[in-house]
Write a protein that binds this ligand. Structure first.
Ligand SMILES: Cc1cc2nc3c(=O)[nH]c(=O)nc-3n(C[C@H](O)[C@H](O)[C@H](O)COP(=O)(O)OP(=O)(O)OC[C@H]3O[C@@H](n4cnc5c(N)ncnc54)[C@H](O)[C@@H]3O)c2cc1C
Length: 857
């Protein structure tokens, strides 16, 4: 071990070894992995070794596909076998809802280039004869599934890293981490102190403890997890002999079971409802290559269903039960990236599927460390997605909920109850008393919609339009016709002050900063010219700006702001969080209402569209923006929490004469749809350029050399490849939810297809043992199967949408090739909703108030 390295990776599980390999491959070879014991001394050694590409987040799914595609190369570089078994697998649906879920996953797979296929239960049975097909209504085949040897794979990463020049030190626990004034880290280990520029926490089961070494409470928790191995089964042996193939992997959502062949028997694991955390507060340092005591009673309900669904397994003897711990973040996705508030402290932990995700995590993190950017859209696993509210207890409740729901459907209108309420505004009880159905918005309880008196304030979860449809519609119609009020505490708010604040913001933002008392809308780009933010900014004073943005991105944006703060202290940033809350009023009577509450002139001449002013509203000092996300005449009113009740009561009282209604987030999102307004993290994400995102109005190339300008200029010169569009959909009883494929009719032109191709999937075989035509490896053209259908091809994807109640249209936003983005003709597009392709057409002008007359007042 040397005394100094560029980077030290702590932890030699599959994730640490993958990070080490990827850093070395990216050219950083002055690096060292320090492992407290032997490699794989955490959860990696006893994993079931299964891998797959499916993930609810398409960007994480892409990184999973990368992980699987890496294994062959890894074996070649390292000379170490991963014992790869690429069997393919099926997911079994026991209900129409689950079949809808598979249809959605299959549709999403189209533009991800996944070669999935929807099949019947009997077709599934032909591949996995141990099942009883009468329990199922359908299935989805995925050729990119299989299993490997977890220890061999971890060793393969480590050997490949060493071949590229990286060092590995074993049997050397890291005890302390301290940062020196020069920014270098002192890594205090049992074998001495090592200095390094970057430190990476890949501590797996001990990631929390390594976080605590720098005062960080990472939201990860280990859960006990069991799988069993059967004795050799004659049915399995016969199948192998007859077909010359291994049995496929099977996932049974209803039984909460996954299963696959292991040697001559079966491996069967469960994600049981009665799940159990392991070491909920502190992970013992003396835990090593150990297993936990099996507890078959806990998984008995799952096994009971499993044995009914797979009678072929029910009679097999159980050879061994493995019970081991592994870690989860509250939403089940990894925690990756630099930690806000710390310099050069990186994490890659909470990886619950190390053999599906480890490669992608290593690639993204190494890109981030070496190039300053992960190179992909990794928001779904960015450590910045959790706020301070994600405490130890929050994490415990949420991880248990996530584990027990691992195989449950999450409906698009479903709010999960664990660890709530975490944060509330002063209006929480008032909102509940008014029958609000609340949602979780980055840890904050926020009204979604209001049930009329006598109606239960509860969502009926569904992929289709549901019980809120009529009520959200009424909220929109009342607001558009007269007046509505909603809570907007769930926006991000920052104050930027200091002599250098204007220059700082002009350097980071694409738009010119406003004059005093005015507001601008502005995207923010990274150096690669990709969208990393979208803000509303008001100039509140000579050296004071107020910024509003996406609540979920607060840590993500603070990390970026802090990285770019001038060293001379001339700029200060304060994140208000819930010390500033807000209310928005909107609708044609909103100006009259505001006038009743204030003692200054707020006519459209005196207080213009996009003006900002501090004024007393109902007697409380507030900041008021003459702008709302409804796209209507309206205002955002911001105040300290102590005044929120006062202002709200004043609004409701004065609004009575206009028949004021409360509206929730769903009505707000419906109203923004009919204005073609984009949302951050849906339409606007770091995979799109500003011209692709149709944000040109807010990009002032001439103003200065802002971050990302050169790349944006190149995008403009080359012409954007994709373009954000708004569409009107001929939907039935279900609107788009996001991630649906957009099909286009070629009309003699070739638009290409959008999916990436894989050539590493397993072929699907029918009962007679023939490879099914079109399935991977059975057909060279299979990579684009599912992306083309006669004259139609998948050319884009939906980012979000829903029902625009005021104009009475089902609407979608998404990305299509730029060449098609202005073509409003009917018959050109279709959007696949729950397995049905619905006609759609581009709608360039917003259907509500296209000239902006109403908004300007
Ligand atoms: C029963 C079971 C079945 C599973 N099945 C699957 C599966 O089928 N597919 C799949 O993809 N995943 C599966 N997993 C999950 C998988 O094991 C994890 O995703 C993976 O092991 C996480 O790897 P890691 O490197 O993050 O953590 P770990 O494997 O826990 O590695 C962390 C390493 O850090 C070291 N370390 C910690 N603290 C220090 C310190 N202070 N100093 C030095 N070193 C330190 C530890 O000794 C350890 O070696 C399963 C897990 C279990 C328990």
């Amino acid at each position: 071990m040397k005394s100094h390295y560029k980077a030290v990776v702590i932890g030699g599980g599959v994730v640490g070894c993958s990070v080490l390999f990827h850093l070395a491959r990216a050219g950083w070879t002055d690096i060292c992995l320090i492992e407290r014991s032997e490699l794989t001394s955490g959860s990696s050694w006893h994993a079931a070794g299964g891998f797959h590409t499916l993930n609810g987040d398409p960007n994480v799914a892409k990184l999973q596909a990368y992980t699987v595609s890496l294994y062959k190369e890894l074996e070649e570089i390292s000379g170490q076998s991963c014992s790869l078994h690429l069997t393919g697998g099926v997911m079994l649906a026991d209900s129409p809802e689950r079949m809808d879920f598979l249809r959605l996953a299959h549709a999403k797979g189209r533009y991800l280039g996944m070669d999935t296929e929807l099949i019947t239960p009997s077709e599934a049975k032909a591949m996995f004869p141990l099942m009883d097909e009468s329990h199922f209504v359908g299935a989805m085949w995925d050729p990119v599934e299989g299993h490997l040897d977890p220890s061999g794979t971890t060793i393969a990463y480590s050997k490949a890293a060493k071949k590229l020049g990286a060092e590995i030190v074993l049997r050397n626990p890291v005890k302390e981490l301290t940062q020196q004034p020069d920014g270098n880290w002192n890594v205090v280990t049992e074998q001495g102190v090592v200095k390094c520029e970057h430190v990476v926490n890949c501590g797996g089961l001990w990631a929390r403890e390594i976080g605590r070494m720098v005062g960080l409470e990472l939201p990860v928790l280990a859960m006990e997890h069991m799988y069993l191995l059967t004795e050799p089964m004659p049915e399995v042996e016969a199948f192998n002999k007859e077909t010359g193939r291994e049995m496929i992997g099977v996932l049974d959502f209803k039984g909460e079971i996954y299963t696959r062949q292991e040697r001559n028997g079966i491996l069967l694991g469960t994600y049981e409802k009665a799940c159990k955390p392991w070491s909920p507060v502190n992970t013992p340092w003396d835990f090593g290559h150990e297993l936990l005591a099996p507890d078959l009673d806990r998984i008995a309900p799952s096994l009971e269903i499993g044995f009914r669904h797979f009678p072929g397994i029910a009679n097999a003897g159980i050879k061994q039960v493995i019970n081991g711990p592994f870690t989860f973040a509250p939403d089940g996705n990894p925690l990756v990236g630099p930690v806000q508030g710390l310099t050069n402290y990186w994490v890659a932990c909470g990886v619950m599927a190390g053999f599906s995700q480890g490669g992608g995590v290593g690639l993204a993190l190494s890109n981030w460390m070496v190039n300053g950017d992960p190179g992909f859209d990794v928001w779904g696993m960015d450590v910045a997605r959790w706020g301070e509210w994600a405490s130890l207890r929050y994490t415990n409740a949420k991880v248990r909920e996530n584990y027990s729901r691992r195989f449950s459907i999450r409906f698009p209108n479903e709010e999960l109850p664990a660890a709530r309420p975490a944060q509330t505004t002063p209006l929480y009880d008032t909102m509940l008393a008014q029958n609000a159905v609340m949602g979780d918005s980055w840890g904050l309880e926020t009204p979604l919609w209001f049930a009329p008196q006598g109606t239960e304030p509860k969502d009926i979860v569904s992929f289709h339009r549901s019980n809120d449809f009529e009520h959200v519609g009424n909220e929109v119609r009342h607001t558009r016709d007269s007046l509505g009020v909603t809570e907007i505490a769930n926006f991000a708010k920052y104050e930027v002050t200091g002599t250098g604040c204007e220059a700082f913001l002009n350097h980071l933002m694409t738009n010119k900063m406003p004059k005093a008392g005015r507001i601008v809308l502005t995207p923010m780009l990274n150096e690669f010219g990709k969208l990393i933010g979208d803000f509303t900014i008001a100039k509140a004073g000579d050296e004071r700006f107020i910024i509003w943005g996406s609540s979920a991105a607060q840590k993500y944006h603070m990390r970026w702001f802090e990285k770019h703060l001038p060293a001379d202290g001339s700029v200060r940033i304060h994140r208000y969080d819930q010390t500033l809350v807000g209310l928005s009023i909107a609708g044609p009577n909103s100006q009259k209402l505001l006038q009743k509450l204030v003692d200054v002139d707020v006519s459209s001449k005196a207080f213009r569209f996009m003006d900002f002013r501090e004024m007393a509203v109902g007697g409380a000092t507030c900041m008021v923006n003459r702008i709302t996300y409804t796209g209507d005449l309206g205002y955002e009113i911001w105040m300290q929490p102590a005044y929120q009740q006062l202002v709200y009561r004043a609004i409701k009282q004065a609004g009575e004469e206009f028949g004021i209604v409360d509206f929730g987030m769903r009505a707000l999102l419906s109203m923004r749809l009919e204005k073609n307004f984009p949302t951050w993290f849906r339409e606007l994400r770091p995979i799109y350029g500003p011209f692709e995102g149709a944000m040109e109005r807010f990009i002032k190339m001439e103003k200065n050399d802002f971050v990302g300008r050169a790349a944006a200029a190149k995008e403009l010169a080359d012409g954007p490849k994709l373009r954000r569009v708004s569409m009107i959909v001929d939907a039935a009883d279900a609107d788009v939810m996001g991630d649906e494929p957009i099909w286009a009719r070629r009309k003699g032109k070739d638009f290409g297809t959008v999916g990436k191709t894989h050539d590493f999937g397993a072929p699907r075989f029918d009962a007679s043992g023939q490879a099914v035509r079109g399935s991977t490896a059975a057909s060279g053209a299979s990579a684009v199967r599912g992306l083309q259908d006669g004259d139609w091809s998948v050319v884009g994807w939906v980012t979000s949408g829903g029902y625009a109640h005021h104009v009475g249209l089902s609407m979608a936003q998404g990305y299509v090739p730029a060449a098609l983005a202005d073509d409003e003709s009917a018959g050109l597009f279709e959007i696949e909703i729950l397995g049905h392709r619905r006609p759609a057409r581009i709608n360039v002008e917003p259907p509500f108030d296209p000239s902006g007359e109403k908004m300007r007042g």
